[in-house]
Every structure is written in structure tokens, then in C-alpha cells.
Design a binder for this molecule. Sequence first.
Ligand code: FES
Length: 390
Amino acid sequence: MSTDAATVATAASLRPLRADPEPAPPLAVLLELTHRCPLSCPYCSNPLQLVGVREELSTEQWLRVLEQAAELGILQAHFSGGEPTLRKDLPELLRHARAHGLYCNLITSGVGVSRERLQELQHAGLDHLQLSIQDSHSEGADRIAGYAGSHQRKLALARWCGELELPLTLNAVVHRHNAERVADMIELALELGAGRLEVAHTQYYGWGLKNRAALMPTRAQLDAVTAVVEDARLRLRGRLTIDYVTPDYYARRPKACMGGWAQRFVNITPEGKVLPCHAAETIADLHFESVRERSLGEIWRDSEAFRRYRGTGWMPEPCRGCEHRERDWGGCRCQALALSGRADTLDPVCEKSPDHERVLALAIAEASAPAPQFVYRRMRATTANLAAED
Ligand code: FES
């Protein structure tokens, strides 16, 4: 522990920590309907071990999950994947979610969705669509997606959203290969009529971690992107909302990952496992329960995996005595494991972590070296899975 960290810890560690006898319900549930996806993005956030089509929850099981989500007090259902539109029962799921009072958002690659299909989803209950873009132009975008023609298909889908008056958010993942075109991506969001744009630097979990050196921006690129975003936020106030996610490795304070472990969001995998975040399965000593065996509400309230890092009671020093502990909730458990070897230690993004300088040096070294080739997320199973469903 550093001297600064020890001082902060001593000052505040005697204060009682908040107990969490009955957690408030999550705000939102992320329903990962399938891991199948037509794209091969090198920063894919799905786990390294993908779930095959035969292991996915059935329509009936997802319908029950939606009922349980509403009972639990969840307000938003985010239908995600993989590519969720590959599930033929998506309209039925949307209808059911809407009937139970859930706000329905679709998180999609936009590839393979026709105008008719979009209209069908809207009639079924879709409230909002979130579309990923990989770059401002086809060449760069298709290269990242590993799919020729994907960018043009996304643009078509975005325009149909405008025609159908379906609210649209664009999600742009930023890295060393497209950082110079963030201003163009903002222009593209305006041109497509999006109400919101999320500019998110790549998060290095799972597959993204494999491609960290290929994706890591330099400090100068990061600063330039931040300046572009800050300027656009002021200039476009009232026309376009821009959310900005900075890259962890250059930060001094950790982010409140998922709004705090098991506090605001819950993730359900295609096979029904209930997770506090999309990367939680990397923490090997946690057991994640399934909606096949227990209700969502019971798992949220009681499961050991959710209780383990909820709140502040689990925290080591200096997190336990830190004035930010109920703002950042100790940062990201999955990142602590990936970079410091333990999930129950400090997120090394925090400047109080003994690993902070090492992680920063690693980012600087990787960003300044020539970028290696991407390791694409080729889902060898995808073709077989799609064939199986057909
Ligand atoms: Fe798992 Fe941050 S991704 S806690």
C-alpha cells in the first residue's frame, strides 16, 4: 500500500460501513438472447467460451424471465447478444415484455435486419434501438467488423429508424484505428437522426483483452478524442446527447463498473446464467445460478455471487476507507482479476493501487509499438448454429 493510500485508509476505516440487508431492485436487465453474431469484432464483449444454439433458453423460459423481471421491479429490458435479431421469437418476447410494463431496447449490429423486420419489432413493442457503428466510413468499419458491407447495412437500418420514428442511439467503440474520426462519427450520428451517441473507448475484457495491443490508443489520441467530444457536447446541446466512456488504462480513478457490482444491472446469458456483469464468469471461484433453477428475484437478492462484492463490506484497504467508495464501488472486479490476479483487490486503474503505474506503462508501451494484426472473433460455431436453427 502506498503512503497516500495508507493515510486515507487510516482516516476513514473506523467509520461503519453500510449494510445491505435487502438490495433495491436493479434498474435494467440485459438479456443476452444468443451468442451467435454475424460480425467478428476484435473487442467482442461476449465471453471466450460461447454458448451454442442448442443450449439457449427456450421461448417459454425467456417469457418467464421477463415476468420475473417485472415482478422484481426492473424497468428496462435490453435485448442483446450476440445478435438478438437472430432469435425468431424476438417479436413474441418484445410483446410479452411490453405487456409487463418493461421499456424495450434492442442492442443490435444491424446486419441482417430488413425494414419489414424492424417494423414488425416496433409493432411488437420495441421502444428504442441501439446500433453499433465501427467507424465513420465503410472501409474502416468493415475491417473492424470482419464483414464486408456491414457499414452500409447499418446506415440503412439507422435511416429506417428515422422513417419509422423509432428512437435511435449509436454506439461507437473507439481505439487507435478510428480515434481520428470521432468528429466524423458525431457528424454521422447527426445525419442519421440519432438522439444519443455513445463514444466508448474499448474495454479490455474477454476478447478485447486478446487484442489490447492492436487497439490501445496513445495518450495523444485519447486527449484529442476527449477535446472533440467536449466541444461537440457544448455545440450540440439539445440536438445530440453524447455519452463518453474513457479508456481505463489512462485513468487515475476507476469507473463504477455496472454502477456497482449487483446494484443496478443484471445480465442473463443465453443459457440462463444470471451475472452481475458480462465478464463475471472470468472470476472462477464464483458460482452463477441459473433462471432454469431459481427465480430471478431470488438470485438477485440471495445468490452468493451477487452478495460477494455488493456494497462496501467486501472492500480491502484503502478502498474501505476511501471517500470515493460509494461512488466508484471499488471499480471493476473483472479488471482487478485480469490485471492484478485477484478479483477482491484494488482495480489497478485506481492510482492508489500498487499496480497502477505498471498498467499505465503497459498501455503506453503497447500504444507506441506498431499495432499487431487483429485476432478476430471468428465464431466457428456460428455457421453451424445458424444452419441448426434453420
Ligand atoms: Fe465485471 Fe467490471 S466487467 S465488474
